[in-house]
Ligand binder design. Sequence first.
Ligand SMILES: [Zn+2]
Length: 397
Amino acid sequence: MGKLFDRTYQTIFYLASPFLPWREPEIVHSYLRLVKVINEKKCQKALIVIDQNLVNIGIHTSLVEALTTNNIGYVVFSDVTPNPTINQVEKALNIYKEEECDMLIGFGGGSPIDVAKAVGARVVRPKKSLEAMGGILKVGKKLPLLIAIPTTAGTGSEATLAAVITNSETKRKYAINDHALIPHYAVLLPELTYGLPPLLTATTGMDALTHAIEAYTNNGGTKFTNKKAINAVKLIMANIEKVYDNPEYTEGRLRMQIAAYDAGVAFTRNYVGYVHALSHPLSAYYGLAHGYVNALILPFMLKEYGKKIHKKLAKLARLSGVSEGVNDEEIANNFIKRIEDLNKKFGIKDIIPEIDVNDIPSLAKYANKEARPLYPTPKIYKTSELEAFYHRLKGDN
Ligand SMILES: [Zn+2]
């Protein structure tokens, strides 16, 4: 299929978007308020989906206390791994049914929140497998009360309509995209991110920055998505170093959470771009951390888009107060330089030696499949061009 096909496809999505059932989670800043919401909804028992590391540090203790003192039941499911699997979702679903739960709480990074979403999809579509719900708009039924409590400021899963689940046998990933999966409530508590190690603070924050910049530089942004993306970029540029240096800086942590959330709202409507398309296969092949690879590829790809995005980048730069230069091109390049400087400070490299040259053709094939025709990227590349990108990212030339 040619580039014209891609653009037509994207236009159809763009035109359809106002008619889709978009909504935003309601943001809650305390467990007290959350408990009130649960009582209003007359829900009685929560399945808390979380990972074992978080259970070990007891990050959910205050939540559990708040539920208990208000006579709200709960059961904890903690068998969730970084690339959550269909088996994990099915196990969680069984517990949800056996324990007669009537609400879901996804507590953690992207994975537990994604599992909670997927369990919700299976609750309302008991006869449809997760594989069958992979793709776009295949759930189409209201989920039970779904609450997201993020412990990183990065994935934005608390604001998005997607859940990514892996089939552990075939290693295939299924992205379920449906408006029904947008959480009803997002609980943003800065103290939940205090314990994040500095590198994770940096890489998850850079992931959120990537979401915002990709959504903003893509074609087809609306006034609403642009506003959200700009706000996220501003907040991240002003706070990411501060929280890296000072993990318990409450205001900064909260601003990073709001940024990750806003970036999530922006990209779930206007998509990500080639940074994500190139980075996903690298995580799948070499187990490289999503945020780390994105941070590394972001300046590379922004330079690659070149003058197509100078104007937009210059605008982001001006609004975030890093606008040195006499024209858009210079300001945009200085903005990219600023991202490279952040990476340096965080110990994020600019090449990926793990890339095996023999894998490059298939990496490029997967990246191309992810990007096209869906992502309304500033430029469209051929698979052979993506192969060249991987060579350069490896550090070959
Ligand atoms: Zn991402």
